[in-house]
Design a binder for this molecule. Structure first.
Ligand code: ATP
Ligand code: MG
Length: 481
């Protein structure tokens, strides 16, 4: 390897790890705009922001998301949060390996004794250590916080929104990352009146609309509640129907017939679609209350002017989910086209040790929302400086420094070059940075007290006193905003 290649390799040694990425300017402007839009829209609906930790006890997620989901079994980033326990774990491993070698020579009794000694204290320490996970979603944490801070004693419902990174060890691809970002909201406590479901969905669609997202499609469904005369009855029928077509399904779906038959409806496998189309629909098996709830949600969506499509295959695999479920897809994302998932989860707070509490919420995939905006050409955010100060001469420099400070204080974005440049070069720089104006300050301008402002798009130049200049720029800004 040549020296140069070796150096290049060296430089390349550190890269963002698989499934994570840096988001850079100017793209971060778009992220900020989306987040600001969420803050404004959610505030208009009475939501307050909650900030929750990025990591929690693994048990919280295992308990709420369920031990059988991919998110828990394969995708959770977890570790043992105790240096002593980690040391103990290393000791057990080292002894086990040593024993494995000894096994070639020694008799069983010695081996077992050695292993026991290694384990005794270590396992005890391990058992007492906390396992911690990076959050793969936020609903469990929000519910934990609701319980921990006794929010049930506040006026109900409590309406909270959050935004931030989530972590899942998935196979990275377009729209799927290991660190990704969600913007979500939860309504906890009070009633489960259909008006809440409809309002949450209205808010969501208003947000997407304000972001400029085009072609978003809202899919809704009701999955009833977990009772014999409702979802449980349906699941039994579904299971029976699946049993009859078992040999036409792939191995994953075959397994799910027993473990989680509802999830078979999620299948994206082309070969299974025709079979799935023949399965019974949950809408035909809802109890009267759930049926009425669903009908009222749909009626209120119409009243609110929210367009929707029903999708009987939209389900959730866990018992505490109930009634309204929804998903929103957007164009330009390939197969990862869901930008939001949500639904009602009236049993979750209780499952986590809190009082019986109604709940509904959603999580928007911010990465995918941004991708879709970019693909449709809605991702441009105005950028570039307002003013580039082209200064020449020492006196002019001092004036330029003060002018920059004043203009920035007044809210303009100003570029002040640290070194003197010839006028031509300065104007070239101003152009490259996308500045609207160049403020030309030479020693002459400074002694005259008249500054030259050049509008870079037209080349037009006007002379101003310092205070007139500020006034003029303020007016221009108001016109354009
Ligand atoms: P998918 O079926 O696309 O994996 P999901 O059912 O796992 O989605 P949820 O847990 O409901 O997704 O999360 C809500 C939203 O978060 C999704 O609709 C999606 O936009 C986004 N999302 C989920 N996982 C990822 C990921 N790994 N990378 C980027 N966005 C994600
Ligand atoms: Mg997923």
């Amino acid at each position: 390897m040549s020296d140069a290649t070796a150096k290049k390799e060296e430089r390349r040694k550190f890269q963002a790890i698989k499934g994570t990425r840096d988001i850079l300017p100017p793209e971060t402007e778009l992220w900020n705009r989306v987040e600001q839009t969420a803050r404004e829209v959610f505030a208009a609906y009475g939501f307050g922001e909650i900030r929750i930790p990025d990591f929690e006890l693994a048990r919280l997620f295992e308990h709420s998301i369920g031990d059988e989901t991919d998110v828990i079994t394969k995708e959770l980033y977890s570790w043992i949060d105790s240096p002593r326990a980690n040391q103990a774990l290393r000791r057990v491993r080292a002894k086990a390996i040593a024993n494995a070698y000894r096994a070639i020579h020694d008799d069983q009794a010695v081996r077992e004794e050695l292993f026991k000694q290694a384990e005794a204290g270590a396992l005890d320490t391990l058992a007492r250590a906390n396992r911690i996970s990076l959050r793969p979603e936020a609903t469990a944490s929000v519910c934990r916080a609701y319980i921990e801070h006794r929010m049930q004693s506040l006026p109900q419902p409590v309406k909270l929104y959050y935004m931030g990174p989530m972590f899942r060890r998935e196979q990275p691809q377009k729209g799927r990352y290991r660190q990704f970002y969600q913007i979500g909201a939860e309504v906890l406590g009070g009633t489960d009146a259909p008006g809440i479901d409809a309002e949450v969905i209205e808010m969501l669609m208003t947000f997407f609309d304000k972001c400029g997202l085009q072609g978003a499609t809202l899919y809704i469904n009701s999955i009833g509640h977990n009772a014999d005369n409702c979802r449980r009855g349906y699941v039994a029928k579904l299971k029976a129907a699946l049993g009859r077509v078992k040999d036409k399904l792939g191995p994953d779906s075959q397994r799910r017939i027993d473990s989680n038959p509802l999830r078979v409806l999620d299948s994206k496998l082309e070969s299974e679609q025709a079979v799935i189309a023949t399965l019974p629909h949950i809408a035909d098996h809802l109890c009267d209350e759930c049926k009425a709830h669903y009908a009222e949600v749909k009626r209120q969506l119409q009243v609110r002017g929210v367009l929707y499509q029903e999708n009987w295959r939209l389900v959730r695999g866990l018992d505490y989910y109930m009634r309204t479920t929804f998903e929103i897809t957007a164009p330009g994302l390939g197969s990862q086209n869901a930008v939001c998932g949500g639904g009602r989860y009236d049993g979750l707070v209780e499952l986590l040790g809190g009082p019986p509490t109604k709940g509904i919420g959603f999580a928007i995939g911010e990465d995918r929302l941004i991708l879709s905006l970019q693909e449709s050409g809605k991702g441009q955010v105005p950028q570039g400086r307002d003013i580039y100060i082209a200064w020449m001469g020492e006196k002019a420099h001092a004036t330029a420094i003060r002018a920059a400070k004043d203009l920035r204080k007044a809210g303009f974005s100003v570029e002040l070059p640290p070194l003197e440049q010839k006028l031509g070069k300065a104007l070239g720089q101003a152009d490259k940075l996308g500045a609207k104006y160049a403020l030309i300050l030479g020693d002459n301008e400074v002694s005259e007290g008249l500054w030259t402002l050049k509008t870079l798009s037209t080349g037009e130049q006007t002379k101003f006193t310092a205070s007139d200049l500020l006034e003029f720029l303020r007016q221009q800004k108001n016109v354009s905003s």
